[in-house]
Design a protein around this ligand. Sequence first.
Ligand code: SF4
Ligand code: SF4
Length: 218
Amino acid sequence: MKSITATKPLEEIVDSLGKARKVALFGCGTCPAMMGTGGLEQVLEMRSNLEGKGFQVIHDEVIPVACEMLPYEAKEELVKRARAAEAALVLSCSLGVRQVCSYLESIPVLPALNTLFIGVEEEGGTFVEECRQCGDCVLARTGGICPVTRCAKSLFNGPCGGSVQGKCEVDPSIPCGWQMIYDRMKALGRLDMLMEIEPVKDWSVSWHGGPRTIKLPE
Ligand code: SF4
Ligand code: SF4
């Protein structure tokens, strides 16, 4: 499972830096390094791009796992190394940006990447979105295939009828999610479950106007 990211246009990044001229760069050695969006190579490339635009890159490093909280000593070291920066630019998913924000409280911490989705590798190098964190999982009734994510219309009682040869009518380059669900349920001998009408989804558990939080048991 990987956080799938894409690099923002350089002009957008430069614009977000505003008046800051001294910049600290942080990459992430995990998902973005593997995706080729935020590893050492991309951090050095960003350094060169920013220097070409007149910025002074006062520090660069790749945090091994940017989305995880650093131990106290490592955090203190990071703060020390970025002390002279007027802004920090983070080449990681939004969770990594949030973590670096929590270390560097007195300067703007900006994303260099767009976080697209959480993906699972399906075949060599191709990642597919599998879950939208809707808060009320229905995989037990759909053969482990998510209708919210895999159906272009997020239908709970599919298929829509437009599928042609197993492809989606909205985008014929992608498999019809409901065809996948049907095939899986057939293989499981549970097609009867698809005859049950799925009630209207309670989206209130998906989003309620603020960040969802959960406290792990002690
Ligand atoms: S039904 Fe919701 S929680 Fe389950 S896989 Fe789909 S989006 Fe994720
Ligand atoms: S063709 Fe399949 S995936 Fe596409 S919208 Fe219809 S049911 Fe959903």
